[in-house]
Design a protein around this ligand. Structure first.
Ligand code: CP
Ligand code: NVA
Length: 304
């Protein structure tokens, strides 16, 4: 069987994605009950981080340790990747030594090249273009609080960035309508929007986007690698802050999500994360459970 990779949400078919999230919820319950579950015994996860991380690193590493395996953290500072060893060579070597690999990097093409040369599953742990692991956790969180997301309305308020792109693909795979409120010049990739135009609408005004929405999500205005654009972006996004007042315009039972880290006073008001509609801490925790389910699937330990 061909090696399975998870570079975008489109790599796993919708019915399997839904079952995978049911499995994530089951794994969460098992962990809470103290059930020992070690499908990754003797398995090693290689973790390549070319950008910073708190949640992604800790959730993947804990997932491996809790399930009987191990994880190796690799940064460009102390690997030959950082000194120019080609991605294809690194992929061929690492995949002879570890069982599964996750990568957080800049250009999406880099992870595609890596996967082409890897004989073991490769997971996208964020590129400039996509963040699919976060969407597994986000949808799991919605299901836990409100049931199926199919047919619901989701509002994305802010930058048309990697998270927004994965929300667009989630709209396709999980069957919801996505409204994106972003300032001019900060739209998501036009081809991606056009491909999924039956699911996605660009709405400029955040108030219009959140009307009747069941879920409102946002992210930082300047992503990793865009630090020098911070001031320019802060001006452009000044009217795109999510606050309890904006949430009041959404559906009565609307939830709020943010992949974190958050900048209070910028994309979220000081009080938004602590609002009763915010589920950001569950969302962060679910990275652990969703990625366990994902790795069980990619490693063939669990069949949908
Ligand atoms: N949400 C997320 O991916 O967080 P980290 O950057 O801390 O991994
Ligand atoms: N859009 C953000 C997400 C961080 C998890 C970034 O790429 O920095």
């Amino acid at each position: 069987m061909a090696t399975r990779h998870f570079l975008t949400l489109l790599d796993i078919e919708p019915a399997t994605l839904e079952k995978l999230l049911d499995r994530a919820i089951e794994l969460k319950t098992m962990l809470r009950k103290g059930v020992q579950h070690e499908p990754f015994r003797n398995k090693v996860l290689g973790m390549i981080f070319e950008k910073s991380s708190t949640r992604t690193r800790v959730s993947f590493e804990s997932a491996m340790l809790q399930c009987g395996g191990g994880a190796i953290f690799l940064s460009p500072r102390d690997t030959q990747l950082g000194r120019g060893e080609p991605v294809a060579d690194t992929a061929r070597v690492l995949s002879r030594m570890v069982d599964i690999i996750m990568i957080r990097t800049f250009e999406h093409e880099k992870i595609e090249t890596f996967a082409r040369y890897s004989s073991v599953p490769v997971i996208n742990a964020l590129t400039d273009t996509y963040h699919p692991c976060q969407l597994l956790a986000d949808i799991q969180t919605f299901i836990e609080h409100r049931g199926s997301i199919r047919g619901k309305i989701v509002a994305w308020v802010g930058d048309g960035n990697n998270m927004c792109h994965s929300y667009i693909e989630a709209a396709r795979q999980f069957g919801f309508q996505l409204r994106i409120a972003c300032p001019e010049g900060f739209e998501p990739n036009a081809n991606l929007v056009a491909t999924h135009s039956d699911r996605v609408t660009i709405v400029r005004d955040p108030k219009a986007a959140v009307e009747h929405a069941h879920l409102v999500a946002t992210d930082v205005w300047a992503s990793m690698g865009q630090e020098e654009e911070q001031d320019h972006r802060a001006n452009a996004f000044a009217n795109y802050q999510v606050s309890p007042a904006l949430m009041n315009l959404a559906a009565k039972d609307a939830l709020f999500m943010h992949c974190l880290p958050a900048h209070r006073g910028e994309e979220v008001s000081e009080d938004m994360l602590d609002d009763p509609r915010s589920v950001v801490w569950d969302e962060a925790e679910n990275r652990l459970h969703a990625q366990k389910a994902l790795m069980e699937y990619l490693l063939g330990n669990w069949k949908p």
